[in-house]
Design a protein around this ligand. Structure first.
Ligand code: IPM
Ligand code: MG
Length: 363
């Protein structure tokens, strides 16, 4: 296969972690006879610096033409002025919206050898294997809003959802649950928010088509508690945009580090292989404090590349090979700083990438 992958390295540690993911994709290409053509484009703070826009037209056009998009991270203190006309994060949100990437898949799995890297007790972590599906193009992130401006007094954001927006993401989550353990938790704030009541009514209507699923509706505040008290009781979790953002940062602690969690954002647009044109990114941010120091964990981005192979290119064997290589390296006790603990060997971003590449070549 020949696939066109737009790479948005972005800011902070973005370029370092995407470089390692490309390394892995190259090994996959060589091993399985595929050609991946990379198109490096600007998005985020680096794009503001170079072009004045966080999402330049050229970048969006390249993304629309691609088979898949691999993203590092965007943002940093340099662009954190609240009065700035454009922000790195705006580019990311505009890209998600423009490509209607309404479903953000965030699998949370704990590698058995990383139990010691988590702040939670081993018995709580036993059996954690979640798939959080976050609605990504609606809700509080995109509803009507008013900025207060420099001397402003009042500002607001609106959690607006329409029925079709809820239906499509809940349906996707229900389909995913059917492929897994047939358990689905739908998260809302039904007791307080009007949009929460629409969410729950709509979810129930959609889920009537899935009699085999065991469904539970969970309030978001309770869910934040359950996630650290009994995370293994959940399988597929679906939620709105803002709640999903918060819950997945929390859930990342179940996996030991933000540096371990990949994500895939999918929508209705199909690529030249008639598969979803997806955006693949680690859930972590640009970590400006450690940028350029070869300390970042590239595994979340490497695992995002595995999701890219699976969802946008239909290469399940190749995706599983990447995941197995990551497991094998972790089994050997090799760690980047974020997941290092006594008895493990600390390596740089690049060495971690090399070791995963070596495993792939050897197997
Ligand atoms: C994420 C991030 C983004 C979000 C930021 C960088 C805009 O936190 O992907 O979870 O809030 O969606
Ligand atoms: Mg987030």
């Amino acid at each position: 296969m020949q696939a066109k992958i737009v790479v948005l390295a972005g800011d902070g540690i973005g370029p370092e972690v995407t470089a390692e993911a490309r390394k892995i994709l190259d090994v996959i290409g060589e091993k399985f006879g595929h050609t991946f053509i990379y198109d490096e484009q600007l998005m985020g703070g680096c794009a503001i610096d170079a072009t004045g826009s966080s999402l330049p037209d050229e970048t969006l056009a390249a993304c629309e033409q691609a088979d898949a998009i691999l993203l590092g991270a965007v943002g940093g203190p340099k662009w954190d002025n609240p009065s700035a006309a454009d922000r790195p994060e705006r580019g990311l949100l505009a890209l998600r919206k423009a490509l209607t990437l309404f479903a953000n898949l965030r699998p949370v799995k704990l590698h058995p050898h990383l139990v010691g890297a988590s702040t939670l007790k081993p018995e709580v972590l036993e059996g954690v294997d979640l798939l959080v599906i976050r609605e990504l193009t609606g809700g509080l992130y995109f509803g009507p809003r008013q900025e207060a401006g420099e001397a402003g007094y009042e500002a607001y954001d609106t959690m607006l959802y329409t029925r079709p927006e809820i239906e499509r993401v809940v349906r996707l989550a229900a389909d995913a649950a059917m492929q897994r353990s047939k358990r689905l938790a739908s998260v809302d704030k039904f007791n307080v928010l009007a949009s929460g009541r629409l969410w729950r009514r709509t979810a129930n209507d959609v889920l009537a088509d899935y009699p085999e699923l065991t469904v539970e509706h969970v309030l978001v505040d309770a869910m934040s508690m359950h996630l650290i008290r009994r995370p293994a009781d959940f399988d597929v979790v679906v939620s709105g945009n803002m709640f999903g953002d918060i819950l997945t940062d929390e859930a990342s602690m179940l996996a030991g580090s933000m540096g371990m969690l990949p994500s895939a954002s999918l929508g209705d647009i199909h690529n030249s292989y008639d598969l979803p044109l997806g955006l693949y990114e680690p859930i972590h941010g640009s970590a400006p404090d450690i940028a350029g120091q070869s300390m970042a964990n590239p595994l979340a981005t490497i695992l995002s590349a595995a999701m890219l192979l699976r969802h946008s290119l239909g290469l399940e064997t190749e995706a599983a090979a990447v995941e197995a290589a990551v497991d094998a390296v972790l089994n050997e006790g090799v760690r980047t700083r974020d997941i290092a603990h006594t008895g493990t060997e600390e390596v740089t971003t690049q060495v971690m990438g090399d070791l995963v590449a070596d495993k792939l070549t050897a197997n």
